[in-house]
Design a protein around this ligand. Structure first.
Ligand SMILES: Nc1ncnc2c1ncn2[C@@H]1O[C@H](COP(=O)(O)OP(=O)(O)OP(=O)(O)O)[C@@H](O)[C@H]1O
Ligand SMILES: [Zn+2]
Ligand SMILES: [Zn+2]
Length: 802
């Protein structure tokens, strides 16, 4: 008897354990760990993951499982273990974690087919079923009682493969390839016979004499500037032939990647890479923090570390934040490692994502470059994991499972005995503190690659502009500077902060921002009740009519959009050609790249955009970076707002003067004295670190304390509040006396979709049993959650406090 222990796709706290199913005889030894199966569950059939196969069960009368959904496991042993660990860490369901590791498409309904890949005779049992076809439905295989063992064997031998067919436009693409239909000397003869007028035809023929490999028709058309009718004429003459080829959907198919080779490293790069190489060679799961200023050559260090890994026959994962996963970034990895690289990010269609994942699964690639979820790449021989811009908050998933890619990376690192490299110009406070304590190994690259200085930063006090009668969003200096770049045919990057619209209130005379006396957090203006509130504690006051400091009546809420800025630019500098990049202009697929290409080609003077232009861009002619409204970020109700502002300013400034032309940065602000702005303008990471650490210590924030945030929501306000209150009480009772439990407090956004939201925050040093307590709380509310529309979200080490 064989029994499959299955985690079923029914995410509730009462089904969060394995269920036993009998493996029917024909599937014995076929069903193995890591495969998905279809099983009866109550009246339904559901999908489930096999996490173990055993020869006995504590239960009698087992139901048999229905069908296998995969013939090769989709999750490795390591990933199964990892999923279990993640579910414990994040207090989420096992099924959520396993699902999170797979491409979306595998969660949808799809059909499977079996494809014979060879002309060689297959074993009889299979050959019969195929009956001369190359493709057969998997359903048919089951109906006709096909032999699984035989099929598996042939999959292993590479003679057949399973294709997943999704009933939509996401199916595998076929493409028309053109290739020679005759041997080379016959083609040469044919050319001789052609009339002189057939120039176009000759050109194509010459191409295939040079290189006889079939090429995609589309590529041929663009390369040779020819037409499909010309090609068809040659096909009709039987000189060329058309071949239908199944191809992976390759999002970069039309991009050609110039191959690059390793650059000789300079001395600071050498010093940084040496310990990484050592860890690779000695298979040590050390965590490195590579702190290198913008333009210091971190990416080259990554590339050469990966090279070392590939030479050993091992694999590499590189994580890049979504918005930094620009064509320029992809280019650098594809340029160095070519078709060894798979790229995973959210702009890909589900089908494209699946194809990239399949390449990894089939071990056709050795390197994956991708956003957060690429950390689950099903490699089995990892030699290094690199996390670029490690301070980015997008590495934490903000829905269950709320995992942080850095923590998952460390876990995988210790499984594979490989180093982890965290890179940043502005490491997260937590990371730098760990490096200082020796938990991570610190590698510093303080100088820019081009020997250049960091571009000088000028801070403009917008209050002075106001006094001088300038009520526009551009200071006089910024306008002049932009005009001079346009004259000199240089380029400008204008950055506008998108986050934090109209939430905080500031005096335009003296720049004072209203803060909570107990939390050091900007108060948030609530339009509905006309109040100012603190989102960490209960403090609230009516909206003020005049500034508390200078008594001026010029109190304003903050917020401007990119569109407004574009209009204003047109008004003040009519001759400027502007490319605007924001959520609106980049919605269409490929528009991100085409806008950047346009800018790179010099088709515009100014690139105006939000967060998405702050990172990774490297344009030679950009000599001026302007920052329009940093204040919106500085005063978000978030204890990390100073840190985020510092990081952002440093990143944006890093876009200027990266090559031969010297750069300049202009920051406009109403609070020029703020230490984030001051220290960012002087590129003083160390001082910033020290000062910010003091603040965090004083207010009991990370890295001195850990936080846990519990968010409760319900359509009935009283219910949400009551539940939160009870949770606070329970936590107070069951956690140690060292933990502080704050709340219940209304969440910063009190109502979303007619649901009221309350939160409770725990600050603690060490609470080993808090996860157990949280699980018990969730279990306690099981009924309310599944029947009465209550949600409780638990977020350990939260990044978003909204
Ligand atoms: N050893 C080297 N020799 C010559 N040029 C180099 C070398 N290393 C890097 N460069 C070049 O220096 C420039 C900056 O390097 P890179 O983009 O890797 O820096 P970075 O630290 O990743 O920057 P950022 O954090 O701003 O993205 C690039 O144009 C890169 O090609
Ligand atoms: Zn004032
Ligand atoms: Zn407060």
């Amino acid at each position: 008897m064989q029994v499959a222990k299955v985690i079923v796709d029914v995410p509730t706290s009462q089904t969060n354990h394995t269920f036993d199913y009998l493996i029917p005889e024909p599937l014995e030894n076929i069903v193995i760990k890591g495969m998905r199966v279809s099983v009866p569950f109550g009246p339904r059939k559901v999908m489930g993951f096999v996490v173990e196969v055993s020869d006995h069960s504590e239960f009698d009368k087992l139901k048999p499982l229905d069908e296998v959904m995969d013939l090769t496991p989709v999750l490795t042993d390591e990933l199964l273990q990892l999923g279990k660990w993640m579910s414990e860490q994040t207090v989420s369901f096992y099924i959520q974690n396993f699902q999170a590791m797979l491409p979306q498409i595998l969660k949808a309904k799809y059909k499977k087919e079996i494809e014979a890949l060879t002309d060689v005779e297959l074993p009889e049992g299979l050959q019969q079923l195929f009956a001369g076809r190359t493709i057969m439905d998997f359903e048919e295989f089951i109906e006709r009682n096909g032999n699984y063992a035989l099929l598996l064997e042939e999959i292993k031998n590479g003679h057949v493969q399973i294709n997943y067919i999704v009933k939509s436009k996401e199916t595998k693409k076929t493409k028309v390839f053109i290739g020679p239909n005759k041997e080379q000397y016959l083609l040469e003869e044919a050319i001789e016979d052609m009339s002189n007028r057939a120039k176009k035809q000759k050109k194509i023929m010459e191409w295939f004499i040079q290189q006889p490999e079939p090429v995609e028709q589309q590529l041929l058309l663009t390369k040779l500037q020819t037409t499909s009718s010309t090609i068809n004429q040659l096909v009709d003459k039987k000189l060329l032939k058309k071949i239908d080829k199944k191809v992976y959907r390759d999002p970069f198919q039309n991009t050609e990647f110039e191959r690059t080779t390793s650059l000789p490293l300079n001395s600071q790069q050498q010093a940084a890479i040496k310990p990484i190489w050592d860890a690779i060679d000695s298979k040590k799961d050390e965590v490195f923090l590579l702190h290198g200023v913008t333009g210091s050559g971190k990416t080259e260090v990554y590339l050469q570390a990966i090279e070392r890994v590939l030479v050993k026959g091992e694999e590499a994962i590189v994580l890049v934040p979504e918005i930094a996963l620009t064509p320029q970034m992809v280019q650098r990895f594809k340029g160095r490692f070519g078709s060894e690289v798979a790229v995973l990010h959210s702009a890909l269609s589900p089908g494209e994502k699946f194809d990239e994942w399949t390449k990894i699964h089939k071990k056709e690639v050795k390197v994956v470059v991708g956003a957060r979820s690429a950390i689950f790449a099903p490699f089995e021989n990892i030699g290094i994991i690199i996390i670029d811009e490690e301070h980015e908050t997008s590495y934490k998933q903000d829905e269950q499972p709320r995992y942080h890619a850095r923590e998952v990376a460390k876990k995988r690192g210790s499984y594979h005995n490989c180093p982890i490299v965290l890179g940043s110009a502005t490491p997260m406070l937590e990371s730098y503190a760990r490096a200082k304590k020796g938990v991570y190994r610190l590698l510093e690259m303080p100088d820019r690659m081009n020997e250049g200085e960091m571009p000088p930063v000028e801070i403009i006090d917008m209050r002075d502009e106001l006094y001088a009668g300038n009520r526009t969003m551009f200071s006089r200096n910024l306008l002049d500077a932009i005009k001079s770049r346009i004259e000199r045919k240089e380029q400008v990057v204008l950055f506008l902060n998108r986050r934090g619209h109209s939430t905080f209130v500031m005096c335009r005379e003296c720049g004072d921002v209203m803060k909570c006396p107990a939390c050091d957090i900007a108060l948030t203006y609530h339009k509905s009740s006309h109040q100012l509130k603190c989102h960490y504690c209960d403090y609230q006051i009516p909206m003020v009519k005049e500034c508390q400091v200078c008594k001026s009546k010029t109190i304003r809420y903050f917020g401007t959009g990119t569109q407004k800025v574009e209009e204003a630019l047109r008004e003040h500098i009519p001759e400027a050609k502007v490319i605007r990049m924001d959520v609106d202009t980049t919605r269409r697929k490929g528009s991100h790249k085409s806008l950047l290409d346009k800018f790179g080609n010099g088709e515009a003077n100014i690139l105006l955009g939000t967060q998405m232009i702050a990172k990774g861009l490297d344009f030679e002619r950009v000599t001026l970076v302007g920052v329009l409204a940093v204040d919106t970020m500085l005063h978000l109700p978030d204890f990390r707002s100073s840190e985020k502002t510092f990081q952002l300013l440093t990143q944006v400034s890093g876009r200027a003067g990266r090559h031969k032309l010297p750069g300049e940065v202009i920051i406009q602000t109403y609070t020029p004295e703020h230490y984030s702005i001051q220290l960012a303008s002087q590129y003083q990471y160390q001082q910033f670190f020290q000062q910010e650490m003091e603040t965090r210590k004083g207010f009991h924030y990370p890295p001195y304390y850990f936080l846990t945030l519990i968010n409760v929501s319900h359509p009935n306000q009283l219910k949400a509040q009551e539940v939160t209150k009870t949770i606070c009480k329970l936590l107070f009772k069951h956690l140690s006396a060292q933990a502080t439990v704050l709340g219940p407090t209304p969440s910063p956004i009190v109502r979303i979709n007619n649901r009221y939201r309350y939160q409770c925050m725990v600050k603690y040093k060490d609470e080993p049993n808090q996860r157990e307590v949280m699980r018990r709380i969730l279990k306690h509310y099981h009924d309310d959650i599944y029947r009465h529309d209550l949600t409780i979200q638990v977020d350990f080490e939260p990044y978003s406090l909204m």
